[in-house]
Ligand binder design. Structure first.
Ligand SMILES: C[S@@+](CC[C@H](N)C(=O)[O-])C[C@H]1O[C@@H](n2cnc3c(N)ncnc32)[C@H](O)[C@@H]1O
Length: 234
């Protein structure tokens, strides 16, 4: 059954998966954007579930970003690659409002936004439909007892592998060393992905066409060093 984007359902299903859904109250302009512009960019979940077109035109491939925050990265790559369709997932309302503003002001046609838990729509996606999946600076959940809430888990890797095409990438960035080690160990154990790095610069330097996200700027200002991983679906 398609997941309805109803806040109450989402709140109850997703509690524990991530930190905040609401932050500072939206200002008048942001509220107007959410009322008037968000519907234009909002992902049609029924169409996704029915494997119908989710964009107004056809794109050469589809990519997904989980936890896009204010959308700095996805807007940047969507503008660089107008022939690719993108789905941006973010439950945090203030982040979504910022992304909607960017999409409206830049008249972006190749991004659809899902305001909610990415795992809900991943369940609805057909096998091998994605050419890339981005997870950039996911919530670190540093306390030991909270680690099961991390978006990288053995169960989620199986779901990510199902929707990615063979040889296509899961790109993962974090500034938390323990999250890097955690992810590498889950990736290796899964046996579903190949890690492409040969030398340290392969994970210490950002990918081509990288743009700093809001969270990365914060990490750097607090002297934490980012790591950038590319995992290829076997
Ligand atoms: C630390 S922030 C990083 C945001 C952005 N990627 C950046 O680099 O600035 C992590 C984001 O992931 C979102 N998030 C957490 N769990 C999620 C989930 N299950 N589905 C979609 N987004 C999620 C959070 O709401 C938050 O905005």
């Amino acid at each position: 059954m398609p997941i309805m984007p109803d806040d109450n359902i989402l709140n109850s299903r997703m509690s524990g998966l991530y930190g905040r859904q609401k932050g500072k109250k939206l200002g008048v302009y942001q509220r107007e954007l959410m009322e008037n512009q968000f519907p234009k960019f909002s992902l049609d979940i029924a169409a996704l579930a029915a494997q119908n077109h989710i964009f107004e035109k056809e794109y050469s491939s589809l990519q997904l970003e989980i936890g896009c925050g204010g959308g700095e990265h996805i807007v940047h790559i969507a503008m660089l690659n107008p022939d690719v369709g993108y789905i941006a997932c973010e439950p945090f309302e203030n982040g979504v409002a910022k992304l909607v503003r960017e999409c409206a002001e830049k008249d972006i046609k190749n991004i659809k936004i899902y305001k909610g838990n990415a795992m809900d729509i991943i369940t609805l996606m057909p096998n091998e439909c994605l050419s890339r999946l981005y997870i950039l600076y996911p919530d670190p959940w540093p306390k030991w007892r909270h680690r099961k809430r991390r978006i990288i888990s053995s169960a989620h890797l199986i779901k990510f592998a199902r929707i990615l095409k063979k040889d296509c990438e899961l790109r993962f960035a974090t500034d938390i060393d323990d999250y890097s080690a955690w992810t590498l160990s889950k990736i290796i154990k899964s046996n579903l992905f190949m890690w492409s790095a040969n030398e340290a610069r392969d994970w210490l330097l950002p990918w081509e066409n990288w743009i700093q996200t809001r969270y990365e700027c914060k990490a750097l200002s607090e002297q934490r060093r980012p790591a950038y991983f590319r995992f290829f679906k076997k």
